[in-house]
Design a protein. Structure first.
Lengths: 351, 290
């Protein structure tokens, strides 16, 4: 009975099968993520109503009853979960305790700042990390490798929040090279809202002064945010390239008398690059986490700063909203990376 | 296929001997630094010049001969507080790494050894936790439980066991079918005995290396939570919350510079040591947790 379905499935091209399979896993992961966040909202010690409403509102029995009914707190747990997921699917993350606005609106407002910051930081981290990794691998066990090893270990060891403060103190307070915290100088108007990314918006509208200001404000936090990821990508690039150096085709290429430069770039870096991209997808998640710390120091009005303020106010709905959005972004990025990988490297599709 | 003799393929790889790891300069530096910090933690009450919470000096004194690291907004000696901070961050991080390693190892062992639906359930749970960036999930857990150091440790355990589960599972999948494990099973050993007697010794090494590498991360995330106000609460002399207090008085650089430096030293030392240990181990097992 299942035979025709099975046959139809295997009749699909391997790439399509792979993408469908990964999509299914992605959807399952998203469902699981809501399960995790639902569990977390359940373990709040004491009364969840009091925790969500605050002292004043929870002293009013009518409000409490309305709240209980609205979120179905009087129903059994599985049903509560269904209500929770339905609300999420409709973009209803509840109301933030702190801003008294729907969490979904807050998330939409703060999202673009984080996207801008992390995209720039990620680009920077990949360029620097891959370059350092190549230098280390080519000079394996000689002094450049040792120096880079110490640098990359330092990169993954330095506390991000502290480095943010130090950089701000040195480059803003002492040297005056950086324009300081925030996305734009105080008083400057934001560019017309097209994408929400200030640099892109300013570029599109030809607003050069704002573009300069936005770039200057972006540079320091992006670099600080990139430090950890640079360390991670450097170490991985080195390891992946050393693996590739062991391959027979590299020996063959050398035996044919190819210049070492071509061997490194074409025969070693290219196969290594595919797995480097996968690792970068995972590193992106950690970078989004690091954004919380960097944004809170640099007063960068993004998701991380919002999460920080919400965490201090113990505003659980807002934090859950941030974690759900970031987890979803992370799952999506890794899905895209996997698909990209499968397109580049056909062997992956069949595994 | 093989043209050259493989004897010279890996001239730089240290042999499997653990002792050679300690002779690497990085490993030595890491071990020395860590030892100094551990001594500081153990001997703090005897080596610091002043009480960590005594408000005995002028406020906001820059580093000088009496107060080596200066004083804070309440006139407390920062050097004494930084040394005492080693008694907070380091043992708590150790505790949480041990807890995460034990939970993750047991979960990974069960998943890898028994396979089937148990494997599916445990590893999907691990995937789920890993889908969240760790500090954000930890923030959510702490916000749900209430902000204090103990809950912060619990939160970080919740987010850090999956990595051990993954590594242990992949090791067990290969070990399970080893002839010596199979023969021990055929001789009538229970699966528990096979896991404990035959498999555990081969998993212990990689887990210890992984724990060493994760220790630094644990210190970072724990102090990060305290920096955000979700871990240690004042007046506890904890490095992350000291940096956070210093950030409020931005021009008094010494207030956050020294506690942050202490975090950096501990994490760097742990990573130096962990990295060297990993290289010293069998490169095959090293691959599992790159």
């Amino acid at each position: 009975m299942q035979q025709p379905i099975k046959r139809a499935w295997y009749a699909l091209p391997s790439l399509v099968r792979f993408i469908l399979r990964r999509l299914a896993i992605g959807v399952l992961l998203c469902v699981g993520v809501t399960l995790v966040s639902f569990t977390l909202t359940q373990i709040v010690p004491g009364d969840p109503v009091a925790a969500s409403l605050g002292d004043q509102a929870s002293s009013d029995p009518e409000t409490v009853a309305a709240f209980r009914q609205r979120f179905g707190l009087d129903k059994p747990l599985p049903e509560q979960y269904l209500i929770y997921v339905t609300n999420l699917a409709q973009g209803n993350f509840g109301e933030s305790l702190q801003t008294r606005r729907p969490v979904a609106d807050d998330l939409a407002k703060y999202m673009s700042a984080t996207i801008e910051l992390s995209l720039v930081a990620m680009t920077f981290a990949m360029l620097a990390g891959v370059a350092l990794g190549i230098i280390a691998a080519v000079n394996r066990d000689r002094w450049p490798d040792q120096v880079i090893r110490v640098i990359s270990l330092a990169g993954v060891s330095v506390p991000t929040f502290w480095l943010s403060l130090v950089c701000l103190y040195v480059f803003f307070f002492q040297l005056g090279w950086s324009p300081g915290v925030g996305r734009l100088s105080p008083g400057a108007a934001a560019p017309m809202n097209l994408t929400g990314l200030y640099t892109v918006d300013a570029l599109l509208t030809g607003n050069w002064k704002t573009l300069g200001s936005a770039l200057a404000h972006l540079a320091l936090p992006a670099m600080v945010l990139a430090i950890y990821t640079i360390g991670a990508i450097t170490r991985f690039t080195r390891a992946a390239m050393l693996d590739a150096f062991q391959q027979d085709y590299v020996r063959a290429a050398r035996a044919k008398g190819m210049p070492e430069r071509t061997v490194v770039m074409r025969h070693v870096l290219r196969p290594a690059l595919a797995s480097i991209i996968t690792v970068s997808g995972m590193a992106f998640g950690r970078m989004l986490g690091g954004a919380v710390l960097v944004e809170s120091v640099f007063s960068w009005p993004g998701l991380g700063e919002y999460a920080y303020r919400s965490a201090l106010a113990l505003d659980l709905r807002a934090i859950m909203g941030v974690s759900l959005v970031i987890a979803a972004v992370y799952i999506l990025v890794n899905l895209l990376v996997d698909i990209l990988y499968a397109i580049v490297d056909p062997r992956i599709r069949l595994s | 296929m093989t043209i050259a003799a493989p004897a010279t393929v890996n001239p730089h790889r240290p042999t499997g001997k653990l002792r050679s790891a300690w002779l690497q300069p990085l490993g030595l530096v890491g071990a020395t630094l860590l030892l100094i910090m551990i001594m500081a933690a153990l001997l703090a009450p005897w080596v610091v010049p002043y009480e960590p919470n005594a408000q005995a000096f002028g406020r906001f004194l820059a580093p000088n001969a009496t107060n080596w690291f200066g004083t804070d907004q309440l006139g407390r000696d920062i050097f004494s507080r930084v040394v005492h901070g080693a008694r907070v961050s380091m043992p708590y991080a150790l505790q949480l790494v041990v807890m995460a390693a034990v939970i993750g190892t047991v979960a990974g062992a069960i998943a890898g050894y028994f396979g089937g639906w148990i494997d599916g359930v445990i590893m999907r749970a691990a995937d789920l936790v890993m889908a969240f960036p760790d500090i954000i999930l930890a923030m959510a857990v702490v916000a749900a439980l209430g902000p204090n150091l103990f809950n912060a440790v619990l939160a970080v355990v919740v987010v850090s066991w999956p990595i051990y589960a993954r590594v242990v599972r992949s090791l067990i999948l290969t070990l399970r079918d080893e002839p010596y494990v199979q023969s021990s099973r055929l001789l009538g050993a229970s699966s528990g005995r096979a896991l404990w007697k035959d498999i555990r010794p081969n998993v212990a090494g990689p887990v210890v290396v992984l724990a060493a590498l994760e220790y630094g991360h644990a210190v970072l995330i724990l102090s990060g939570l305290s920096f955000l106000g979700l871990g240690a609460q004042p007046p506890t002399a904890e490095w992350g919350s000291m940096v956070s207090e210093g950030a409020k008085y931005f021009d008094k650089w010494w207030m956050s510079a020294f506690p942050g430096l202490a975090i950096l030293v501990v994490v760097l030392a742990a990573n130096f040591l962990g990295d060297t240990l990993r290289d010293a181990f069998d490169p095959k097992s090293a691959k599992a947790f790159r």
